[in-house]
Write a protein that binds this ligand. Structure first.
Ligand code: C2E
Ligand code: MG
Ligand code: MG
Length: 648
């Protein structure tokens, strides 16, 4: 007759129930990890209850209860113990392999665990006949079978496998995982040895609760998966959720809402009200449907994930979100309509990964348009995104292999009738040798931090050309992008390059668009002024394409303005276009700037532009952009010898 002590089991039961209540009471969405954890916690509770029930019925009600009942609850307990260990082992396995691309080993080991559990189940199921694990005599006394301890040995095998995997992949583990590996297996092994030595002191529940607590500390911290302001899942949690759905090939729809100009709310109503707004938006999205899981992806970006059933349903959710954001939000006494950009992605079993989806979401958000700022997921946009990715990869290769080219487009000087300056324009070819327009790859280079490399390459080519040039070209202009004006070594690099090729700074012009000026005018002016002091002049490119703010132009030391093709296109047939060109030319001349007319394609326009006093004409009518050898041939054919000064 056995005499078991249940003190540890009862204490463990109380602790695990407290853990469960605290865990479920949180407002958040369950990720795969948290679901795993809930399974562990629930299994702990059920197995401790079963254990207490088993012991109690054996000790106090052996004679009253039928033998099948004893058999059933004891078998249930035996099954649950190993099940729990297997769940924990699989959970740890996922954590160990979380950042390892090659998942084949993880799947194999998981199969081993499942195999071990299945074999043990078979042992439990056959136990009423074989009595290998335990059996009951005629008075329903519990008796240990010859394999009674096999469950412990199997647990030990699983623990050792996990330890082995962890040690083999140690460098891939994060701090939490390392901490668990350092503490959990030794604790479990020690307690198991103790249990084997003193079998009457029941400790299984204690071992399970210690496991739950160690995992709670390390993997289930609220901070890891939850956004503290809204209580919604965070970006990492969304990532895991999508990853799981992709792995299971379960279709889903993601709707992302990005609040535009939210900083205005913070500025007008204060950060506290701003937070209240964010909470309110998150709460509304959370309550939209029990099916939708809501996450805060970024500071002002929310995302809701729905299972995808059909297009009608998907459209319904998009419309619901879109309609809501057309209505005002009321938070306290504040009532505002929040402008948003809204994008959608639908996953239907494609070979995507989460990074692709995030990339596509960002791409879609950048391409939202219209009053509602919405982009629905469609194959056309997806194709554009794919094409952009291909172009970007081509661009990276071209930069790496030094395969970019610089072409030159001459500018016709209306006063001298000579081609005394040019614009340098970058060129890139695809694998078949076809040219890809810079208007396609420059924005991509800007978005992906490549534009600096392109500019320095073009500058180097310009300086090389000007250093050896003999055909009357006084200056060449270089296009620069807005974000380059934040780099601290900009002036130094330009100076170094000019010096290396012994090119006078007056021969380099830098073209900037009005967008550059919209960034940080004071900083820009400081940089422009320093370069001007060196002798490098600035041209304002693409004037008239929409960013114009004449008052901000007044303070900028620009020496020349390039009228965009869109202004010139109606010229000289369109009366309004004529008035506009005349007025602009007059205005900038009065301000001491010179004028280039861009995109001139016919003789009539060229003649009229010369008459209104434009200083240079750049256009296909005179010359198209061309590679350097053609450019020099063009110049020598035009007998383009210079006798004028280098003027800005
Ligand atoms: P942009 O600086 O305004 O350059 C003028 C563009 O107008 C060039 O296009 C040129 O080929 C085109 N163009 C000139 N005359 C005519 C004409 O008569 N008719 C027509 N239809 N087009 C004309 P391209 O070379 O395709 O460059 C497009 C834009 O790409 C440039 O506009 C510039 O913003 C950017 N870009 C080109 N090279 C560079 C570079 O090295 N760095 C940076 N940051 N941007 C560059
Ligand atoms: Mg330009
Ligand atoms: Mg231009």
């Amino acid at each position: 007759m056995t005499n078991w002590s249940l003190t540890t089991e009862v204490f463990s039961l109380v602790v695990s129930i407290i853990l469960l209540f605290n865990y479920r009471g949180r407002k958040w969405h369950y990720s795969r990890k948290s679901k795993f954890y809930l399974v562990c916690l629930s299994t702990t509770i059920v197995s401790i209850i079963l254990n207490i029930l088993c012991v109690h019925s054996i000790e106090n009600a052996a004679g009253y209860l039928p033998r099948w009942f004893h058999m059933l609850i004891n078998s249930g307990y035996f099954v649950l113990i190993l099940f729990m260990v297997t769940v924990v082992a699989c959970y740890l396995l996922e954590i160990i392999y979380e950042h390892i691309y090659e998942q084949r080993w993880m799947q194999r080991i998981r199969r081993v665990f499942i195999g071990i559990t299945a074999a043990y189940m078979a042992l439990v199921v056959s136990n009423p006949v074989t009595g290998f694990l335990f059996w009951f005599d005629a008075e329903n006394h519990y008796l240990r079978g010859p394999l009674n301890r096999v469950g412990y040995y199997l647990m030990a095998v699983e623990v050792l496998i996990i330890l082995g995997c962890a040690l083999l992949n140690w460098k891939h583990l994060n701090d939490s995982a390392r901490q668990v590996i350092r503490t959990l297996p030794p604790a479990v092994i020690l307690l198991t040895i103790f249990q084997l030595l003193y079998p009457d002191n029941l400790l299984n529940g204690g071992i399970m609760v210690i496991t739950d607590i160690i995992m709670l500390f390390n993997f289930q911290s609220h901070r890891i998966e939850v956004d503290s302001l809204t209580g919604l899942g965070n970006r990492g949690c969304l990532y895991q959720q999508m990853e799981r759905r992709i792995r299971l090939q379960s279709y889903f729809q993601v709707i992302v809402v990005s609040l535009s100009r939210f900083n205005l709310i913070n500025q007008h109503y204060g950060a506290k009200n701003g937070d209240a707004f964010l909470y309110e938006v998150g709460r509304w999205m959370d309550e939209l449907s029990p099916e939708g899981q809501v996450y805060r992806m970024g500071n002002v970006e929310f995302c809701v994930l729905f299972p995808y059933r059909n297009e009608e349903q998907a459209e319904f959710w998009v419309k619901a979100v879109q309609q809501r954001f057309l209505q005002p939000w009321v938070v306290g006494e504040i009532k505002v309509v929040l402008p948003v950009r809204c994008a959608e992605v639908v996953y239907q079993g494609e070979q995507w990964n989460c990074s692709n989806i995030f990339e596509f979401i960002n791409y879609s958000l950048r391409h939202t348009s219209g009053k509602d700022g919405l982009v629905r997921f469609d194959q056309k946009l997806f194709a554009c995104w794919n094409r952009d990715r291909e172009v970007l990869s081509l661009l990276r290769q071209a930069v790496r292999d030094n395969r970019l080219e610089v072409w030159y487009q001459p500018l016709y000087d209306c006063k001298t009738g000579r081609y005394n300056s040019a614009e340098a324009l970058i060129r890139m070819r695809d694998h078949d040798g076809n040219l890809i327009s810079p208007s396609v790859f420059i924005p991509l280079a800007e978005e992906n931090g490549l534009v600096d490399e392109l500019t320095w390459f073009v500058l180097e080519e310009i300086c090389r050309f000007l250093g050896g040039e003999r055909y009357g070209i006084e200056s060449v202009s270089l296009n620069m992008s807005a974000q380059q004006f934040v780099s601290s070594d900009l002036i130094q690099r330009i100076e170094d390059c000019l010096r290396r090729y012994q090119v006078q700074p007056q021969r380099l012009k830098i073209e900037i668009t009005e967008r550059v000026l919209s960034e940080d005018v004071e900083r820009m002016c400081a940089i422009i002024n320093r370069l001007r002091d060196m002798g490098v002049c600035f041209y304002l490119d693409d004037f008239g394409t929409g960013y114009s703010n004449l008052s901000s132009l007044l303070g900028i030391p620009i020496s020349c303005v390039k009228l965009d093709r869109s202004i010139i296109s109606g010229y000289p047939h369109d009366k309004h276009s004529c008035i506009m060109v005349k007025t602009i030319v007059h205005l900038f001349h009065q301000m001491g700037c010179r004028i280039v007319a861009e995109g001139v394609e016919d003789e009539l326009a060229a003649r009229q532009l010369r008459l209104v006093g434009v200083d240079w004409i750049q256009g296909f009518y005179y010359a198209k952009p061309m590679p350097v050898d053609m450019f020099t041939a063009f110049l020598s054919q035009k007998l383009n010898f210079s006798d004028s000064d280098n003027k800005c």
